[in-house]
Ligand binder design. Structure first.
Ligand code: ADP
Ligand code: MG
Length: 353
């Protein structure tokens, strides 16, 4: 990528000399981009972040910031901000003193420090909290202080490692918006680590999906959802049903139990493939409705009402299938019914098995 600002080149990290926690990661991040590392626990996200921050040394590979190898630069000279899940504020310092700390380390003047601390407090909407101690603030407020402290010195890159993991759902959603707003206002390059797919989907320019120390796919959120590059990605992000089988004649996939299924024109059929269908793409076909490309008779085994939608669990030719129609359509369906369901050929994805 020509506009690469932060470049990870074949990064490997082994803690014990036997297993690789990070197993050869290459990624180019543009200036101002918001990239999320998404993956299960233990997949190497934090280790990668720690190498960028300088707290862990790569076993091999390189990290380039603005074209320069940062290997010789110690962590505190890297001009990289970091926010962790546990706010890690200094408990004996007020919010202001916490935020001023990186500026004191950099020996900025008193006036400049005061001005920047005020701006940072305003940016995180805590202007009137400057004199409070961490113990006098809520979790969300403490995390805002941590955020202010991480950006007050105008870092080149901001790293956030599961920063909202300790907050409850409402506060987490509110803070997601806050962090996005700050990203827009400040325009700083951010790497955001999470194992929460909805967080990754709503916040990121691009998502890098980690698995076993490797990046399986890096792409904008909607592309990750619509065109998963591997079975792991298809299963980790979004609801999913996989059908085993094989590509048969042109434009067809022979699914075990279900029979032939139309696939998108021009789909990549190389190698072994499985078919992925998202339950939310499956339609309930009522009387007089336009039939979908692939239709099946579904024996309904269970119905779960969520208010706005309905989850229908059933079997077509003995193959388990679930769908999520709106409650307007789905509320008439009852356990024991047989109904017509279907999907359009462009709603299925052939994924490497
Ligand atoms: P994630 O952040 O995706 O949960 P980590 O990068 O923390 O994953 O961990 C990746 C792997 O490296 C895991 O198997 C973990 O146990 C191991 N690991 C992480 N930190 C250390 C460490 N300081 N010493 C030894 N092994 C570690
Ligand atoms: Mg981690």
């Amino acid at each position: 990528m020509s506009d690469s600002y932060l470049s990870l080149r074949k990064l490997v990290k082994s803690y014990d000399g036997r297993v690789n926690a990070v197993d050869g990661i290459s990624l180019d991040i543009a200036r101002g981009e918001f990239v999320t590392f998404l993956g299960p626990s233990g997949s190497g996200k934090t280790t990668t972040l720690m190498m960028v921050a300088g707290f862990e040394k790569p076993t091999s590979g390189h990290i380039l910031l603005n074209g320069k190898d940062i290997a010789p630069v110690p962590p505190f000279d890297r001009n990289i901000g970091m926010v962790f899940q546990n706010y890690a504020l200094f408990p004996h310092m007020t919010a202001e003193e916490n935020i001023a700390f990186p500026l004191r380390m950099r020996k900025l003047s008193k006036e400049e420090t005061g001005r920047r601390v005020r701006d940072a407090l305003a940016l995180v909407n805590l202007s009137s909290f400057g004199h409070k101690y961490p113990r006098e603030m809520s979790g969300g407020q403490q995390q805002r202080v941590a955020l202010a402290r991480a950006i007050v010195f105008d870092p080149d890159v901001l790293l956030l490692d599961e920063p909202l993991g300790a907050l409850d759902k409402n506060l987490r959603e509110q803070m997601q918006m806050e962090i996005k707003r700050i990203h827009r206002e400040v325009g700083i390059t951010m790497i955001y680590v999470t194992h929460d797919q909805s967080e990754a989907m709503t916040m990121s320019d691009r998502v890098a999906v980690f698995n076993n120390g490797l990046i399986e796919q890096v792409a904008p959120p909607l592309e990750i959802y619509a065109r998963p590059a591997s079975r792991f990605v298809g299963a980790f992000i979004g609801d999913n049903i996989f059908f085993e089988g094989s590509v048969s004649a042109a434009g067809r996939f022979e699914a075990q139990g279900l029979g032939p299924i139309d696939i998108p024109a021009g789909a990549d059929t190389s190698g072994n493939r499985v078919l992925l269908v998202r339950p939310e793409a499956i339609q309930l076909i009522g009387d007089g409705a336009r039939p979908a490309d692939n239709t099946f008779s579904l024996a309904v085994r269970g119905v779960v009402h969520y208010g706005d939608s309905v989850l229908i669990l059933g079997e077509a030719n003995g193959v388990p299938i679930r769908l999520r129609p709106s409650s307007i359509l789905g509320s008439q369906v009852k356990e024991g019914d047989t109904c017509r369901i279907g999907w359009n050929r462009n709603d299925v994805h052939l994924v490497p098995a």
